[in-house]
Design a protein around this ligand. Sequence first.
Ligand SMILES: *[C@@H]1O[C@H](CO)[C@@H](O)[C@H](O)[C@H]1NC(C)=O
Ligand SMILES: *[C@@H]1O[C@H](CO)[C@@H](O)[C@H](O)[C@H]1NC(C)=O
Ligand SMILES: *[C@@H]1O[C@H](CO)[C@@H](O)[C@H](O)[C@H]1NC(C)=O
Ligand SMILES: *[C@@H]1O[C@H](CO)[C@@H](O)[C@H](O)[C@H]1NC(C)=O
Ligand SMILES: *[C@@H]1O[C@H](CO)[C@@H](O)[C@H](O)[C@H]1NC(C)=O
Ligand SMILES: *[C@@H]1O[C@H](CO)[C@@H](O)[C@H](O)[C@H]1NC(C)=O
Ligand SMILES: *[C@@H]1O[C@H](CO)[C@@H](O)[C@H](O)[C@H]1NC(C)=O
Ligand SMILES: *[C@@H]1O[C@H](CO)[C@@H](O)[C@H](O)[C@H]1NC(C)=O
Ligand SMILES: *[C@@H]1O[C@H](CO)[C@@H](O)[C@H](O)[C@H]1NC(C)=O
Ligand SMILES: *[C@@H]1O[C@H](CO)[C@@H](O)[C@H](O)[C@H]1NC(C)=O
Ligand SMILES: [Zn+2]
Length: 707
Amino acid sequence: MMHLYSPSSLLFATLAWGCIRDHAFHRPRSLVKRQSTPLVPLTTDEAILANSFDNNTLNDWNYYYTHGAHLAGTNRTMAQWTADRWSENGFQARLDEYQTFLNYPVSHSLSLTYPNGSVFKASLEEAVLAEDETTSYPNRIPTFNGYSFTGNATAEYVYVGRGQVADFEALVSLNVPLEGKIALAKYGGPFRGLKVKNAALYKMIGCVLFTDPGDDGNITVANGYAAYPDGPARNPTSVQRGSVQFLSTYPGDPTTPGYPSKQDSPRADISSVVPSIPSLPISYVEAIPLLRALDGFGTPGSQVNRTNWVGALNVSYSTGPAPGAMLSMSNVMRDAITPIWDAVGIINGTTQDEVLVLGNHRDAWIVGGAADPNSGSAIMVELSKAFGKLLATGWKPRRTIVLCSWDAEEYGLVGSTEWVEEHINWLTESTIAYLNIDVGVSGKSPGISSTPEIRTIATNIMKKVLWPTMPNETLYDAWFAESDGEVGTLGSGSDYTSFLHNGISSIDMGADQGVDDPVYHYHSSNYDSYHWMSTYGDPGYQYHKAMGQYLSLLAYHLATDEVIPYDLPAYTIALQSYYDELLATINSTSKTLDTSELAAAISQFATSANEVMALMDQAVSTNDAALKTVVNHKFRDFQRGFTSAGGLPDREFFKHVVNAPGIDTGYAPTTFPGITEAVEAGNFELAAEWVGRTSLGIRRAADILKT
Ligand SMILES: *[C@@H]1O[C@H](CO)[C@@H](O)[C@H](O)[C@H]1NC(C)=O
Ligand SMILES: *[C@@H]1O[C@H](CO)[C@@H](O)[C@H](O)[C@H]1NC(C)=O
Ligand SMILES: *[C@@H]1O[C@H](CO)[C@@H](O)[C@H](O)[C@H]1NC(C)=O
Ligand SMILES: *[C@@H]1O[C@H](CO)[C@@H](O)[C@H](O)[C@H]1NC(C)=O
Ligand SMILES: *[C@@H]1O[C@H](CO)[C@@H](O)[C@H](O)[C@H]1NC(C)=O
Ligand SMILES: *[C@@H]1O[C@H](CO)[C@@H](O)[C@H](O)[C@H]1NC(C)=O
Ligand SMILES: *[C@@H]1O[C@H](CO)[C@@H](O)[C@H](O)[C@H]1NC(C)=O
Ligand SMILES: *[C@@H]1O[C@H](CO)[C@@H](O)[C@H](O)[C@H]1NC(C)=O
Ligand SMILES: *[C@@H]1O[C@H](CO)[C@@H](O)[C@H](O)[C@H]1NC(C)=O
Ligand SMILES: *[C@@H]1O[C@H](CO)[C@@H](O)[C@H](O)[C@H]1NC(C)=O
Ligand SMILES: [Zn+2]
């Protein structure tokens, strides 16, 4: 379930943070009235960490990352620079290299020939701005889709809304011809690769993707705001680049499923996980003539009866096709097996069989990336400095801390997936949690998504950090106002995916664009720039500081507390709510499904969760070190049980039986995915099988927790 902001929306239960994601607006903050939570005082160690964060150095790091091209696999210097900073601050740092399949843009074109023979030729360029120095860098890379198909297409075209299967089904029921046509799809909602996948499924021969200002919240030109760089509204020429891999089927290097990409690795056929038709992303200013040429043809948007079909441009969003209006597109890519570099920095813990991993990707769709991902990268450098100060006092973490700077996330979580595949045995033996920060700051609206056991500590730590919006406001207050206290469920869209689907507790965090914040030009290589960040996104770098303090304090507790601060009954509550949702989904069909085995498994989990908390209390009250270790290992390992039942149907990579990205959403999660998606597809035989497999996974997790 992805959602667009609407004033009547009350609660968004799930948010998908991360860079290849859609953003979801929350309700305006003014609607929320609550008492402020007092700032919880910091311990000495916490104060050393928090006080180390300096907005000026955060600005310096963000400046560095945003003044050189760093498309995946193109900037080893930047990887080494990151490792060197971590190394200076006391981490043992190295680069891990993989030989991955990527493709790079060579040439492209798009033109519309009207029935009268006149031609509109799209520039496919973002405007160069005098105010923003990196927009004119000579090595800036064209607007394109990563992993896109090399090919040409010339045909009439159809507007397909957000490009979900349900959108195409609506067109089929309206008798709009699809076969042999080109799809014009609006960004937003599902992951872009799935729009292209679905277009091909309906026998269309190309796909053009456009950004619509209807997804920008209040800060639009139509509402009287000037466009960037003169004001906070979207620059009309901004283009959302991005990968078109089929993220919900397989992330990572598509040529090496399940194993790391090395020089001599066998290479698999990739046709089932990347598109077989060409695609191009365009700006809204270049989408207007394409949409307008469809006005009056097919069914007007207002009568298609699909949510989010109509955007904010002055057109009718008619389906078309317009007879004789022809699009002609060409997309040429260069395939490469090419090195990528993950930087890795380690501080050994005193207990090395317990490991905490923190990660942020480094690659961007070229020079900029001020928010995505290098707000997070700047925070990670500053965090290493903060831990360096703590090390200087003689402090040692109980658990090993590992920092990772991933390459090639943008193409499909490639750097993290290959690294997890290489280190899988060590990771599943030792990792207690993975903390992800991708877009650390693109606005003022903080959010987290996580596995349930980590939510109590993650929200409590928010009470220790001041949020810059109002004097004395805590991060907790700001987050609560935006989310109503709901932590999101993880779908996909950033580097936690490989960790989660190998049964590792995970959290993703970031401050996103709120409905009244300056428009963040997601995946625009020209305008997700240092100039935008320092003028509109986070002038003063105070939000970077607050997010960095938060991540550091959370990492500190997970690495240092004698007992890992997990809340297992919170997992039970989540399972019960997912169970209720499943019953409602089943209930909305005309069939029945016996879910008693699942109910019994959840109840068994509840018992084990309560037992392990009692054991934890006993370990603490008796100060029994051996018992604490027993509890810590149960906390570390229980999630592995959820992934023990084999991969999900037709997508072996995704192994977690409790949550996964929806097969037709890519970003947004589905809970009990094996069962829910089979029910939604009307395959009750498969659903029954997955009641069994899901229950098995939950029982395995319960067995690990059992005392
Ligand atoms: C933003 O839009 C919402 C919904 O239309 C409205 O309630 C709110 O007042 C707007 N805020 C501003 C600052 O315009
Ligand atoms: C790599 O990034 C750095 C820092 O932004 C930049 O100075 C350098 O020119 C980039 N290297 C290449 C090859 O683009
Ligand atoms: C052809 O049609 C387009 C779109 O309606 C219009 O903008 C253009 O002026 C027309 N050209 C000629 C030569 O009539
Ligand atoms: C859409 O819904 C409206 C009213 O709810 C109805 O009049 C119209 O026929 C519907 N259109 C289609 C294409 O189903
Ligand atoms: C919308 O477009 C129509 C022509 O299609 C034009 O008459 C009208 O003035 C436009 N409205 C705005 C607000 O630009
Ligand atoms: C594809 O289109 C481009 C640009 O119009 C053209 O140069 C190229 O020859 C075309 N390729 C094929 C195979 O038709
Ligand atoms: C950390 O421990 C590993 C073995 O677990 C060892 O190889 C490495 O040298 C240690 N690093 C430091 C800085 O002590
Ligand atoms: C913020 O909190 C401090 C300490 O409690 C207090 O002295 C100060 O008056 C508060 N400032 C505002 C603007 O509320
Ligand atoms: C850092 O914050 C101070 C105010 O606290 C401000 O004066 C300074 O300009 C900020 N630095 C940057 C680089 O934004
Ligand atoms: C199933 O649907 C019926 C009718 O819509 C409703 O009364 C009942 O409460 C639903 N049960 C569940 C478990 O959602
Ligand atoms: Zn990102």
